[in-house]
Design a protein around this ligand. Structure first.
Ligand SMILES: [Zn+2]
Length: 82
């Protein structure tokens, strides 16, 4: 049986914030990579709630990692009108 949920747990919309101990719903994607170990086309994604978006971004920026914050596409739980 195939598993439709086979996506990295740190890159899933509707996820909990990546900040340790935070159980808030993540609404931001913090996209980053470590230039020392990741190739230029690699994208690591953390997800963050409103409260921790800046924390996570600053954590990565302080290490001089390229980091971009994007709004998470939140699945509304409503299927399209097809
Ligand atoms: Zn959080």
């Amino acid at each position: 049986m195939s598993d439709p949920q086979q996506v990295p747990s740190d890159a899933r919309p509707d996820a909990e914030c990546s900040r340790a101990g935070c159980r808030n719903l993540a609404v931001w994607a913090v996209v980053w990579r470590n230039p020392k170990i990741h190739s230029p086309d690699r994208r690591k994604v953390w997800v963050a709630c409103d409260e921790h978006r800046d924390f996570l971004r600053d954590y990565l920026a302080a290490r001089e990692f390229p980091v971009v914050v994007e709004r998470l596409e939140v699945a509304a739980g409503v299927e399209g009108a097809t």
